[in-house]
Design a binder for this molecule. Structure first.
Ligand code: FMN
Length: 356
């Protein structure tokens, strides 16, 4: 039978081209490293490694996490590129909220990342940190206001603009650029209108710099219908994270992947993160226990720029490492709003085929 689906256009970012306009979203801690990102790139997409505590399983991490993370950034970029074998693109996701943000950017640039995607804060000085490198850079934004702020600042201070923009909506996993009130009333949030507004905002900068700024929409993208919908709105591609967790290649433990497969709608909860933003996660014992008492922090990994171990409800590094290793009761498992629709394990190849 002939498929009536149109082929998706390739994603062009400056001189770089990904045959499939699908970015696999960065997932920390340790959920998207070289195995997943390399497999996505091998399929012609854009594989993204999260640098957040990426070296959690390197020897000596407990004593020197910063150095282990630096080593692991280099190692995983090289390994992902090897797996990709010249296909697709390999990049990193670096959170602005990290204490070692600058070092992660510099390491990713020198290790040869194709792209850097940066959110969980406004990446105001990212152009300065990449220096003269040709790495492609993208802010993650959730509103026209944030888009305007970043693009205006980059134009004014650095005489440049974004190479692409990731627009992350309220259904995404991990940290969210929305208030709890907005998230509690998602039905009344006309996010399609916001996406269109962001697209009209970036057009000003496309004209100013005589360049194209692809817009990538993220958050709750589940199937081809969702992809077609945002492309109709004017997007050039999508960023998908949750769906890539239940794949053979995902870097998380099998227990973590199974937690995704077993999750129902009732298991999804908005939580407060020590990063200072709300986040979406699976409601497990870890979250239930936090409702009764905070989990005192026994050791600080120095991961966030703004975190006071004496007052935060829990240590986010420990909670995310516990989860990725397979302690799904006592760890923090971030997930997207559509996690309940994931019913079985698959492979990156089959998922990319299904989506494209
Ligand atoms: C387990 C998990 C971890 C994530 N970690 C990060 C992260 O470290 N940095 C970041 O910018 N976004 C992070 N995200 C957000 C994703 O990159 C992505 O934009 C979002 O989840 C897309 O929505 P979807 O999961 O519904 O596809 C994470 C998402 C998940 C599910």
């Amino acid at each position: 039978m002939k498929s009536d689906k149109k082929r998706l256009n390739a994603l062009q970012i400056g001189e770089l081209i990904a045959e499939k306009p699908i970015i696999q979203g960065g997932m920390g801690v340790g959920v998207s490293r070289s195995s997943l990102a390399g497999a996505v790139a091998a399929e012609g997409g854009v594989g993204i490694i999260s640098t957040a505590q990426i070296g959690y399983d390197e020897d000596g991490f407990e004593h020197n996490p910063a150095e282990c993370n630096r080593i692991a950034i280099r190692k995983h970029i090289a390994r992902a590129k090897e797996i990709a074998n010249g296909n697709g693109l390999v990049g990193v996701n670096i959170m602005v909220a990290l204490k070692h943000y600058k070092e992660h950017v510099q390491e990713a640039v020198s290790a040869g990342a194709d792209v850097i995607i940066s959110g969980a804060g406004l990446p105001m000085n990212l152009p300065e940190l990449i220096g003269k490198s040709s790495v492609k850079i993208a802010p993650i934004v959730s509103s026209r206001r944030a888009t305007q702020l970043i693009l205006k600042m980059w134009a004014h201070r650095y005489g440049r603009t974004a190479d692409f923009i990731v627009v992350e909506g309220p259904k995404a996993g991990g940290h969210l650029g929305f208030s709890r009130e907005q998230l509690a009333d998602m039905e009344n949030l006309d996010y399609d209108a916001e996406i269109k507004d962001i697209i009209s905002c970036k057009k000003i900068y496309e004209e100013m710099f005589n360049t194209k700024i692809p817009v990538i929409v993220a958050g709750g993208i589940f199937d081809r219908q969702d992809i077609d919908h945002v492309i109709e709105l004017g997007a050039d591609g999508v960023q998908i994270a949750s769906r890539f967790v239940a794949t053979a290649e995902c870097d998380a433990s099998d227990a973590y992947k199974q937690a995704y497969i077993d999750a129902g709608k009732e298991d999804i909860q908005i939580i407060q993160s020590p990063v200072g933003m709300p986040g979406r996660a699976l409601r497990n014992d870890f979250i239930k226990n936090l409702e009764v008492a905070r989990k005192s922090v026994k050791k600080c990994y120095n991961c966030l720029e703004k975190c006071d171990p004496r007052t935060v409800p829990y240590c986010i590094t420990k909670a995310l490492i516990d989860a990725v290793k397979g302690d799904i009761k006592n760890g923090l498992i971030f997930c997207g709003e559509n996690v309940d629709r994931i019913r079985k394990m698959t492979t990156v190849h089959d998922l990319m085929e299904e989506l494209c």
